[in-house]
Design a protein around this ligand. Structure first.
Ligand SMILES: [Zn+2]
Length: 510
């Protein structure tokens, strides 16, 4: 009888914004923290709270091997909402737990890592690389290791050398996490059957501002990814192009192209070079074009004139919790209140103290609230408002659209407040609004508003595409921890020169 392959599953998911407050164990515990059997149990649920990559991996492994004919060794899969650098002590503790669990499993036949890939720690630029290297040292050189990565990953040489295959997402908003987990399983199966992959990596001095990284038709990054997929054939089995995450501010920042071949590094190199030249030639398309706050106010005024007017969805990419933003800056809110904007909803606004006050006061009460009363970040200014408490919620709901479709979302205790024409949904678990579910779950009809404001860079798009076309989506240029305007930041570690921050950046194939 054929031996059942024993496969470890692990993952550490954090996108670190160098400028945001540090990230502690509690941030992971609040978001995603699965240990041992909990991982396999959660991955089998219909609407799991675990990363969909893990669900995809399990589902494909069961298909390829049969449910009982592979042995899963679930170790640790954890993830935080994007935040600042992870604290050294907690990260090292995580690594030690992971190491012990891998060792306790005995000889392994393969490892699947469900990783984000853009973490920074308080003591190192490359916690992802350190983790990959640790796994490699535990399992030895011959054991296949496959990882999935968010396309915002910043890739180090240590990451590519420690792992055999790096499968990056190909969609932004990320709606292919499940599919990439499936792909990781199928690559692992091939390697167990004897395939020995080769890969070639090129990093470009190109740090794409967040709003230019969409993968829909007409966006440069999407065009590049689709071009890359044309090279897939019997030999080239994966083309990964990671646009990276600027706010990590690390020496390893820069769009990274990784091409995997079933036969030779030379074949992978030829494809990687073609893609790198194409990306570089296209670089001016990565310069963001945003709308001023003044213009945004004008559009909101126009939208509220009558029901016949086109509604708009205003995005605040500079305060995107999905990139480490606090989800609570008040630039747009203050301007909209001052301009008398009506029939507008802000979904969602992170303010634990405001939610608590609303809960204490009760539904239908009239209260005065100072937003951001407990917040210390320089961009999160306080704002006094009068509000009526419309409704209170536990914050747990099932998603139907975009990235939360088929999953359970949890905004923590949530309060819907009416500021006199502007509705604001206050949450107590920091995250971005990823779909219209973040409005409808709280008893509101997303299609009834003439303007909607979301603190998100782009993930909301998949979850609002049934209500808004691209030309109804307005990216507003206001300050914040995740502003696409890269010249707003004092960079310490980005390799310079880098495009589009430095216009005179040059690059050539060696
Ligand atoms: Zn991402």
């Amino acid at each position: 009888m054929k031996k059942k392959p024993k496969i470890a599953i692990c993952g550490f998911n954090l996108e670190s914004n160098r400028f945001a407050p540090t990230c502690a164990e509690s941030d992971f515990r609040e978001n995603m923290f699965f240990v041992g059997r909990e991982i396999s149990n959660e991955a089998r649920k219909d609407s799991p709270a675990i990363h969909l990559g893990v669900k995809g991996f399990f589902s494909e492994m069961n298909k390829l091997f049969g449910h009982d004919d592979w042995i899963d060794v679930p170790t640790m899969v954890i993830g935080s909402c994007p935040a600042g650098p992870v604290e050294e002590e907690f990260f090292n503790e995580f690594l030690e737990q992971l190491r012990l669990k891998l060792l306790a499993a005995g000889p392994l036949d393969g490892v699947y890592i469900c990783q984000h890939g853009a973490a920074v720690a308080t003591h190192t630029h490359d916690p992802d690389g350190i983790m990959f290297d640790l796994i490699r040292r535990v399992v030895g050189d011959e054991t296949p290791i496959v990882t999935t990565l968010d396309l915002h990953a910043n890739i180090s040489d240590l990451m590519t050398s420690a792992v055999d295959v790096l499968v990056g997402y190909r969609t932004n908003p990320h709606v292919d996490m499940f599919d990439r987990g499936v792909e990781a399983a199928s690559v692992l199966k091939e390697m167990l059957d004897g395939m020995q992959p080769e890969k070639y990596t090129i990093r470009l001095p190109l740090v794409a501002p967040s709003v230019t990284q969409l993968t829909a038709e007409g966006f440069p990054y999407g065009d590049l990814i689709r071009y890359g997929q044309k090279f897939l054939d019997e030999d080239i089995f994966n083309v990964t192009i990671l646009s990276g995450f600027a706010f990590g501010d690390t020496p390893k920042n820069g769009m990274t192209i990784i091409v995997h071949s079933r036969s030779t590094i030379e074949n992978a190199r030829l494809v990687a070079e073609k893609l790198a030249v194409s990306a570089w030639t296209d670089r001016t398309r990565y310069v963001p074009k945003m709308t001023s706050l003044e213009q945004a106010v004008g559009l909101a005024q126009q939208a509220q004139q009558s029901a016949e007017e086109t509604p708009f969805l205003f995005a605040d990419p500079a305060d995107n919790p999905g990139g480490g933003g606090r989800g609570n800056t008040t630039y747009i809110l203050e301007a909209f209140i001052a301009a008398g904007i009506k029939n507008c909803v802000f979904s969602v606004f992170y303010d634990v103290a405001a939610v608590e006050l609303a809960c204490k006061s009760g539904v239908n009460s009239e209260i005065e609230i100072t937003l951001n009363s407990q917040e210390t970040n320089e961009y999160s200014k306080q704002l006094k408002v009068k509000a009526r408490v419309v409704s209170l919620h536990s914050g747990k709901f099932r998603g139907h659209y975009g990235m939360v479709a088929g999953t359970t979302a949890d905004t923590g205790k949530t309060a819907v407040l009416d500021l006199g024409g502007i509705t604001i949904i206050c949450i107590s678990k920091r995250q971005q609004c990823r779909s219209s579910d973040f409005i409808s779950a709280f008893g509101l009809d997303a299609s009834s508003f003439s303007s909607i404001v979301v603190k998100s860079r782009g993930h909301f798009r998949a979850g609002f595409s049934h209500l808004f076309s691209d030309d109804q989506i307005i990216e507003v240029d206001v300050p914040g921890l995740t502003s696409p305007n890269l010249s707003n930041f004092k960079w310490s570690y980005l390799p310079r020169p880098v495009y589009p921050l430095d216009n005179d950046t040059s690059w050539d194939l060696d």
